[in-house]
Design a protein around this ligand. Structure first.
Ligand SMILES: [Zn+2]
Length: 401
């Protein structure tokens, strides 16, 4: 499957929650009579000072279904986890979704202006401006008025700043790991020179720290260096996600395929072949019964032939359901990629990291050992993002010092 073919699929994206595609022009979004009031309600709850979790609880209590439900029943996107009307899972709002809705500019209709102003900062040649964006500009109709939206952003900002307090001993504690032995990277303050009373935090493999070279190698890193690398990586991905969501989605999906040993194009092909064979067997079996009923086939012949086809039918049925499971996994990969993009795109102007942001975006960071490549010290830092994992083949490969 080529990138282009896959990109073709992504083009028909699901409208953001609260909107629906205009019946006259599928490129236009219009507020949806059923779901736009839910978005407005969430903003009103937020401005009253309710946190993401509390808002989720209110919506659950009021039996207001989650976006996945709406997309599913409208045939916009299959929700593999759908368990029927009235099921409790239809009302289980997650904080990431709420946060996304409460910070997205699409709800004030200014998505495009934002995208273009960010574009120039990116400076990567694979992010290309799209002519359509200019056209889209006047089309988004706001669901929330600007004043309410801005007040909610203020509340969100306060919530983010409250996080700074828990910095000690390091915001990377419990997130940074040694890729060689799997133990944590722990951080300790050190004095870098006798004359300098100020202490600098350094991380190193816990195993090495406890057992020396018998345990592991140092995996030593200055906390500030790690901080700079992670901040830069987040900002870069955020800027790209803002400038061209589709391009980033394509890249994430491509990387997921590289990381995965499964070829989804192959799976779809296999599913088709098995489907065809199952149809043939169905025909053969009914033909056999027909011939038998019409006396064209002896009872002994049908007893000999039938088990062979039934066995094949059973075997193929098993194979098909295993393949279907794998495709479902692929679909959820795409949904996860979309979740990650909507999460990271909020951070293009991120100035400082804190443990809340790290927890929200990153599941682990693997700190490689320092190596010499062409006389230069190189250390591989592999950032594993929430929902999608690592985005580079060989780590972020940052050079330090
Ligand atoms: Zn180690």
């Amino acid at each position: 499957m080529t990138t282009k073919a896959r990109a073709g699929i992504y083009h028909s994206t699901v409208p953001p929650f609260g909107y629906r595609k205009s019946p006259e022009d599928s490129h236009k979004l219009i507020p949806d009579a059923e779901t736009a009031p839910i978005v407005r309600r969430m903003y009103e709850l937020a401005v009253q000072g309710k946190g993401y979790k509390a808002i989720g609880n209110v919506l659950k209590r009021e039996r207001i279904p989650i976006p996945a439900y709406w997309h599913h029943i409208r045939g916009e996107r299959t929700w593999a986890g759908f368990q029927g009307e009235g099921h409790i899972s239809n009302y289980m709002w997650n904080e990431t979704t709420i946060k996304w809705i409460l910070s997205h500019e699409v709800y004030i209709g200014s998505l495009v202006a934002q995208k273009q102003s960010k574009l120039f900062k990116v400076g990567k040649n694979y992010v290309k401006p799209k002519d359509e964006w200019v056209v889209v500009k006047d089309i988004f109709e706001p669901i929330v008025d600007l004043e309410l939206w801005e007040r909610v952003q203020e509340v969100n900002g306060k919530r983010r700043r409250m996080c700074k307090a828990k910095r000690e001993p390091s915001i990377f504690s419990g997130i940074a790991y040694c890729p060689d032995c799997g133990r944590r990277i722990s951080f300790f303050p050190e004095r870098t020179s006798k004359n300098n009373p100020e202490k600098t935090y350094f991380g190193s493999c816990q195993n090495y720290k406890a057992n020396g070279p018998d345990g592991c190698t140092p995996h030593r890193i200055k906390e500030q260096d790690l901080y700079d690398i992670v901040l830069k990586d987040i900002r870069e991905w955020a800027a790209m996600a803002l400038a061209d969501e589709q391009a980033v989605l394509g890249r994430v999906m491509e990387q997921q395929q590289l990381n995965s040993t499964v070829d989804y194009g192959l799976i779809e092909g296999k599913k088709r072949t098995i489907g065809k064979r199952l149809e043939e067997i169905d025909k053969v079996i009914s033909r056999l019964y027909e011939d038998y009923a019409l006396g064209r086939l002896a009872g002994t012949s049908i007893d000999n032939l039938m088990p062979k086809y039934q066995r094949e039918q059973e075997e193929l049925g098993k194979q098909l359901s295993a393949l279907q499971e794998q495709s479902a996994e692929h679909d959820s990969t795409e949904q996860n990629a979309e979740k990650w993009i909507s999460l990271i795109r909020q951070y293009s102007d991120l100035k400082e990291l804190n443990s809340c942001i790290i927890d929200e975006l990153i599941t682990k960071i693997l700190v490689g050992d320092k190596r010499r490549v062409n006389g230069e010290k190189v250390q591989s830092i592999e950032i594993h993002y929430r929902f999608i994992g690592n985005l580079t083949d060989s780590g972020n490969g940052e050079t330090i010092q």
